[in-house]
Design a protein around this ligand. Sequence first.
Ligand SMILES: Cc1ncc(COP(=O)(O)O)c(C=O)c1O
Length: 388
Amino acid sequence: MFSERTNWRLAQNRFTQAVEEARTRGAKILDLSASNPTRVGLQYDSAAILSALRSERALDYDPQAKGLLTAREAVAHYYRDVSSAALDPEKIVLTASTSEGYSYVFRLLCNGGDELLVPKPSYPLFEFLADLQDVRLVPYPLIYDHGWQMDFHSMEKAVTSRTRGVVIVHPNNPTGSYVKPPEFEPLNEFCRSHGLALIVDEVFLDYGMDGMPHSSFVRNEHVLTFTLSGLSKISALPQMKVAWIVTSGPDEPVSAAMARLEVIADTYLSMNAPVQWAVPTLLEQRSEIQRQLMDRVKTNLKELDRQLAGQKSCQRLQVEGGWYAVLRVPVTRSDEDLAIELVLEKSVLVHPGHFYDFETDGYLVLSLIPEREEFQIGVCGVLEYLKS
Ligand SMILES: Cc1ncc(COP(=O)(O)O)c(C=O)c1O
């Protein structure tokens, strides 16, 4: 009765079962996998946020396929501020989430069975997005050598006649690595020579750890580029369901892409009016909430380093940006077994590396946004367990 594309293994995995078991036992779980910013004790300006959602203008229904112009102009202003980019709001399409943005772009570029190159390790949602759009994902490895780097040699080998685009996560989740300035040119050349589009996820762009502004791909004019981002990370407001696709590149493919994207967006009209009118205010919230988050991430990273300095068995990999740290741990059992033991024995929840498709065992992924005390005690639990 059902489509093959939804033939997923839906049974709980062993890790999820272990988390449930620990919770059923009544254990207070220290959640070092937390990624929901609305539940980690940040101070939001609730009055400003709620009053922005109460605009009288939301009583009018004005179905604009790309989203209301005021909201798209606010997105363009954001890029002027963070990347000195002068964006035409007509090249912006609003979506309810970055995931929805991915699905529009996958649908735009790919026939069933076409391929997209995706980084490995990276974010686990891609697989479901690709299944739903009948797209085949072909991983290209990121190499760790005193920092993460793209490996153009492997990317060349991964291209086939069915490849349509390259997905870049800038900075990547969970490796926290940005595309480096010397990689921009070879990346464009790679896409140009194979006729591929770039799909760039920049949800964590603003969370750089070195205090330097990192260039957004919205300014990339060399090849057809779709830059995806949204309020879920920029303003730490995932519940508002506001994201966007910015299209850039040579004029001809950009116009053709925009005309088609507009039809895709018009078919769903998924943006609601109250939130679109609120976008300028919700984007303004970013400066204060990013300040709090950066403070949290840096404090937790410092605490992690302090505790790591007292032992020798594990190290953390370099973090350039984002909300996560990757720990290299001894390979005495699978990452999944280790994460299960940590939750059952220490009540500490961390993600095993294999969730993110790390090449081998020996990696744990820790969120850096939990509240400080929870993070500190949680890390202590992990390191104690690894010592025992
Ligand atoms: C790299 C990356 N892209 C996209 C998303 C999802 O964003 P959205 O909530 O806008 O769909 C996440 C969520 O964690 C993410 O880590």
